[in-house]
Design a protein around this ligand. Structure first.
Ligand code: GLY
Length: 354
């Protein structure tokens, strides 16, 4: 069974297809209309058999496919790779009517999407996210980016793909920590937008942790539906899209402070724990709802036992992208399923939560 979700408005609208074996000729055909050359961008974490299969499907549509492998890891979202891929496209005479298929986790999607948005001022791209985190988060919403030595995602664009193919088969071989890291973003979607979904995550945790395919398809679909509604209303993050950053102000600070020891989803899970505690004070989140947050995090193995001081996190909290002059803008819960942006004028007032 394949589920379809539409994201975006008017001529920027695209479909996300979710299911097992979704990377079929028939489904690629929905998105590949004029492309005669396709750059198949992937990282070496993606099983080569899967890449060969995708290449075969694209070839069968009459496209000439060029493989381009990058090294897994955040360091690949570099200006150098960005330039190298542009040169590769140009040397192989890619035209504006050609395209990119980005197959991998968030790094491949962000880099491939940014190249697509800039080569010849924009060519088409399709996302084939292979990690749970990229399936429920980075592949949805058209954010593309590369890193600078001074910070992550500092150069980028909002550029929607032509389509997203989410094949849950990719998740079978995902490591446990990687899998749970994706679950953290799914939990976040429930906490900011849908209490009933939060209850479902609590009730069915055993099957979800076992990666039962029906439960997986359900939670991925539910999660993408939540994100799709938000990014369709606010593509360029002028307002409600920022709510998707619940847990991320402290989460990003933890990621920086612990260098690469924490996966993104782990840092966000612990960030949600701290930010829910702050919500008790800033928005009078009730104790029952706070306990709900703790329970759901604990159920998925995110009991926060980090040894960290406010002083260590403070410099990183200060550089959060949502901040405005001297104000930390924090996404806070007012109840499960609902949130608000709360301006914190005095950053030191957060010290008591650590
Ligand atoms: N990951 C947050 C967003 O897409 O806006």
């Amino acid at each position: 069974m394949i589920t379809k979700i539409s994201v975006g408005k008017r001529n920027e609208k695209y479909d996300v297809l979710i299911g097992k074996e979704v990377c079929s000729k028939k489904n690629f055909q929905k998105f590949i209309t004029k492309e005669q050359k396709i750059l198949l961008l992937f990282d070496k974490n993606v099983p080569i058999k899967k890449i060969a299969l995708i290449k075969k499907q694209l070839n069968s549509l009459g496209a000439k496919v060029y493989n381009y492998a990058i090294t897994p890891g955040e360091q690949s979202k570099s200006i150098r790779n960005f330039e190298n891929i542009h040169n590769f496209l140009s040397k192989n005479s890619f035209l504006r009517s050609d395209g990119i298929v980005a197959c991998g986790g968030g790094v491949v999607g962000d880099l491939g999407g940014f190249v697509a948005s800039t080569y010849m001022r924009g060519i088409s791209y399709i996302q084939v996210p292979t990690t749970l985190l990229s399936q429920v988060d980075s592949s949805i919403g058209g954010k593309t980016a590369i890193n600078l030595s001074s910070g992550k995602n500092l150069v980028g664009s909002f550029y929607n793909p032509k389509g997203v193919l989410i094949d849950t088969n990719f998740l079978d071989s995902l490591g446990e920590r990687e899998y749970k890291s994706g679950l953290a973003e799914i939990i976040k979607h429930a906490l900011i937008a849908d209490r009933a979904f939060g209850n479902y995550l609590l009730q069915h945790s055993k099957n979800i942790l076992k990666r039962d395919s029906d439960y997986l398809r359900h939670i991925i679909t539910k999660s993408i539906n939540i994100k799709a509604k938000i990014v369709t209303r606010d593509h360029k993050e002028q307002g409600i899209r920022a709510f998707l950053n619940f847990g991320h102000t402290i989460g990003h600070a933890l990621e920086h402070a612990f260098k690469s020891k924490l996966l993104h989803g782990e840092a966000v899970a612990y960030g949600m724990d701290y930010e829910a505690k702050m919500s008790l004070k800033t928005l009078n989140l009730c104790q029952d709802d706070y306990d709900f947050v703790k329970e759901i995090l604990k159920t998925y193995g995110f009991e926060c036992k980090l040894n960290i001081t406010f002083e260590k996190l403070k410099p990183f909290i200060k550089i959060d992208k949502k901040n405005s002059a001297n104000t930390v803008n924090l996404v806070q819960l007012n109840k499960i399923g609902s949130c608000e942006m709360v301006p914190i004028k005095n950053i030191n007032s957060l010290k008591k939560f650590f």
